[in-house]
Write a protein of this length. Structure first.
Ligand code: MG
Ligand code: MG
Length: 262
């Protein structure tokens, strides 16, 4: 049985995810060639604490930093370092918080300066596939409906879906049931109920879907070395349209994100 959240718990989760969304916008304003991923991490840590939360990733499963910074062929779980971003890179920043004993968890992939059009297409298609999934996150649908919608959109655009890493339930633990894969069959999987809070987070590759892990024990990379994109939002399932608890608006209103129609 999946845990559904009370109205109060949903507000705590919303507060966390709003802090994460604002943190990502703050980092987006700093992104430029020459800045290090370590500098972004330090600013995130400070910004989260200034907003009365604590970084949700720091120490989670032994993770050493407050954000994950995954550049180019890194899919997720990249560790901040003294790497200086370069013109043409893409960087996925995944960020989490804890406040009131509940988690926030949201991610955005930013272009650094001018990025190849083929890679920009990957970013736009990945972001769109997330929203296709969110459209299916309605009470009465099933987890497979979400994955199917994400997969269809990404594959129709000519990209491939990472299978090993998935979205998840969100609450007083960062990773709760159900798992929310970015592929699947319509009508399959757990039934979605009102008050279920989940993170949908497509990880979409320009080349093949295969991945490997670095020797650092964290960083997940594409096997073929081609770029990968990652966008994540937390949503609460309701009877009708999903209630999106995090947002890309702060990022995209400050024009640091990707330009989209949506
Ligand atoms: Mg995340
Ligand atoms: Mg997540």
């Amino acid at each position: 049985m999946l845990k559904v959240k009370s109205a109060e718990e949903i507000e705590w989760l919303r507060e966390n995810n709003q802090i994460v969304s604002k943190t990502l916008a703050e980092l987006g304003r700093m992104i430029r060639p020459g800045i290090t991923t370590g500098e972004l991490d330090r600013r995130a840590d400070e910004f989260i604490r200034d907003h009365g939360a604590v970084p949700g990733f720091l120490g989670y499963g032994g993770f050493p930093n407050s954000i994950c910074t995954s550049v180019n062929d890194a899919v997720v779980h990249g560790i901040p370092s003294d790497y200086e971003l370069q013109e043409g890179d893409i960087i996925s920043i995944d960020c989490g918080t804890i406040k009131h004993g509940y988690y926030g968890d949201t991610a955005y992939t930013f272009p650094v300066g001018e990025v190849d059009e083929s890679v920009m297409r990957l970013l736009r298609a990945t972001r769109e596939s997330l929203f296709k999934g969110i459209e299916k996150a309605v009470a009465g649908n099933r987890v497979g409906d979400i994955g199917h919608a994400v997969q269809q959109h990404a594959e129709n655009a000519g990209f491939s879906v990472v299978r090993e890493m998935v979205g998840h339930g969100l609450g007083s633990n960062m990773h709760e049931s159900p798992e929310v894969p970015n592929y699947g069959k319509q009508g399959r999987g757990s039934k979605l109920r009102e008050g279920l809070v989940i993170c949908i987070e497509p990880m979409i590759n320009l080349g093949s879907r295969n991945i490997k892990q670095d020797r650092d024990g964290w960083t997940i990379r594409t096997m073929d070395g081609k770029p990968s994109a990652h966008y994540e939002l937390a949503i609460s399932v309701s009877n009708g349209k999903a209630d999106v608890l995090s947002t890309f608006d702060y990022i995209e209103q400050s024009s640091t994100g990707i330009q989209t129609q949506q």
